[in-house]
Design a protein around this ligand. Structure first.
Ligand code: ZN
Length: 223
């Protein structure tokens, strides 16, 4: 498709440097299939490749929807950590698989530095796993494992409200990640928590998915 891309102008919230990052136009994005852990497979253009914005001056990197949401304390921590750092790489153009992977690793590094919420780190880990999945790369497993660990931490310690990922979705995802890691008994327990959750009626789609994946896990557990 001609003109599938456009440039978004940004200002780094840490060092105030102005730069631009490539984005894919919504009309160029075509979903081919969806996996049960919410990974979308695309025809032609993959918007996940461009989800992370990275400042070419200081190296701050974050997801497009959280790029500007950092407070003064976090800015200070990051500015100190990035001091004297030579970035020497510009992620602003067309990205290949390696660029996309590296952009997520930089976002993970940044999120860890500023001690982001577990659910944020979990989401970045999960998407990194998907990037490996697109290439049928075994490294996917390590990042699924990381996502599972952080979603469990998030479930234990964070409050889920209406904005962002809801609690039911987190419980479901933990189950699905357990299933993908071959931990079928754990998966069944987490899917049961969705199926028996007092607020399951608020998200029929998740409840339905949980029942389907519960069945798959039970069949797999029987071997
Ligand atoms: Zn910067």
């Amino acid at each position: 498709m001609k003109d599938a891309y456009y440039k978004k102008t940004l200002k780094c919230p840490v060092c105030l440097f102005e730069f631009s990052s490539t984005r894919i136009k919504t009309k160029a994005v075509k979903i081919k299939s969806k996996d049960e852990d919410f990974c979308n497979h695309y025809e032609d253009y993959n918007p996940l490749y461009y989800e992370i914005f990275i400042c070419p001056n200081c190296g701050y990197g974050a997801s497009n929807n959280s790029f500007d949401s950092i407070d003064e304390r976090e800015k200070f921590i990051l500015a100190e950590a990035f001091k004297g750092r030579e970035v020497e790489r510009d992620f602003g153009g067309i990205r290949n698989h390696i660029d996309a992977l590296d952009s997520f690793k930089i976002a993970l590094f940044t999120a860890n530095l500023k001690k982001a919420r577990y659910s944020i780190i979990a989401g970045l880990s999960l998407k990194t796993a998907w990037l490996y999945r697109f290439e049928k790369d075994e490294n996917e497993k390590a990042f699924l494992e990381m996502a599972l660990k952080y979603y469990k931490e998030a479930y234990d310690t964070e409050n889920f409200n209406d904005e962002g990922i809801g609690e039911l979705t987190v419980i479901y995802l933990i189950g699905e990640l357990c299933r993908r890691m071959g931990k079928y008994e754990d998966a069944i327990n987490w899917f049961n928590r969705v199926i028996n959750h007092p607020e399951k009626n608020k998200n029929k789609r998740i409840e339905k998915l949980a029942r389907e994946q519960w069945r798959k896990s039970r069949d797999a557990a029987k071997g």
